[in-house]
Design a protein around this ligand. Structure first.
Ligand SMILES: [Zn+2]
Length: 334
């Protein structure tokens, strides 16, 4: 009897191969989404919502508190606390432009030490603060306020006032998955609660919405009229399967159902801008280009190719204002 040749290749290579081979059960192409697009979107949105694992809401009419107000160049920066659907507090900035134009923006931050502060243009001279703002061009919320948008900048779970020791993406996601939830799902649940609160304020009607959470929020909530996803759009298999990324990216079951262009297609026919940079390792440019072609075909199938735009630029994982301000103005008016 011959002895089989035993060898260990590792589980990760197996999972990478299996992910590539597995058809996406609710993929646009796999399920002929083009033929009944609205029906496909309804089913896909329902499944995505389920995968997000929202926890039962404990608060339906959130209370809010204005903590402080400060006038800075071009806008007034208010700091608020708002009850989240789960009953803890979302700290957020509300940037009120000198001349309100009735356009509301939700500017979501990425990772970093003071990311929501940076987006809102706060710089208190803390360690690495100036560096992060400059490195990522991180003060885009403040820039939008100076351009006349009323901008909301919430602090997401795991960061800044809601982070600290024991509250990293890994700390949160490990525990949330035990409840059938996940980190990004809880962040999205907060933002949907914020949108409800904004919509309950009569003067604040129009809602355009960085990156990861933005895409899930805009996919799930059609109240978001225009979206910009910077430094996140690519195939997940290239972005978080072939490489290990921050734990907040891992939503249980997600890749059995969708790839990223399928989720982005839930934003169609609403206008969407996606961008990445030559050296961006979060949204690698080769994968970005392939994913963009797939998504463009979906917008084309739906007769609205002009509503999807892209921009690529020399740089790293950072914000670029090169196209986004014009894109928002085009679809929302000056
Ligand atoms: Zn993370």
């Amino acid at each position: 009897m011959t002895t089989p040749h035993f060898h260990f290749q590792g589980t990760v290579p197996y999972l990478q191969k299996a992910t590539r081979a597995m058809p996406k059960a609710l993929g646009y192409a796999e399920t002929s989404g083009a033929e009944n697009f609205r029906g496909w979107q309804t089913r896909a949105r329902r499944k995505l919502r389920e995968l997000m694992g929202f926890l039962p809401a404990e608060v339906s009419s959130p209370r809010s508190w204005l903590i402080e107000r400060e006038v800075v160049e071009g806008f007034t920066r208010e700091h608020w606390a708002l009850e989240s659907p789960l009953g803890d507090h979302v700290f957020l900035y509300r940037l009120v432009p000198e001349q309100a134009a009735g356009r509301v923006m939700v500017a979501l931050h990425g990772h970093g030490t003071y990311p929501n502060d940076a987006v809102a243009g706060v710089n208190l001279g803390r360690e690495n603060e100036a560096y992060e703002i400059e490195f990522f061009n991180y003060d885009y919320g403040a820039e939008c306020a100076r351009r006349g948008y009323l901008v909301y900048v919430p602090c997401q779970r795991g960061f800044n006032q809601r982070g600290g020791p024991g509250n990293s993406c890994l700390d949160i996601n490990s525990r949330a998955t035990l409840l059938g939830s996940n980190d990004i799902g809880l962040r999205v649940q907060d933002v949907l609660g914020l949108l409800d609160w904004i919509k309950s304020r009569p003067e604040e009607r129009r809602l355009p919405g960085g990156g990861h959470a933005t895409q899930f929020v805009a996919a799930l909530d059609t109240r978001v009229e225009v979206a910009c996803n910077q430094g996140y759009f690519a195939y997940w298999r290239d972005q978080i399967v072939d490489v290990t990324h921050c734990n907040c990216n891992y939503v249980p079951g997600l890749l059995r159902w969708f790839e990223q262009p399928d989720v982005a297609a839930l934003i169609c026919p609403r206008p969407l801008l996606v961008t990445t940079a030559t050296e961006d390792t979060v949204a690698p440019i080769a994968s970005f280009r392939r994913a963009y072609r797939a998504l463009k075909q979906i917008y084309r199938d739906q007769g609205v190719p002009e509503r999807l735009e892209q921009d690529t630029f020399e740089g790293h994982h950072e914000w670029s204002g090169r196209k986004v301000y014009g894109f928002f103005e085009k679809w929302l008016g000056r």
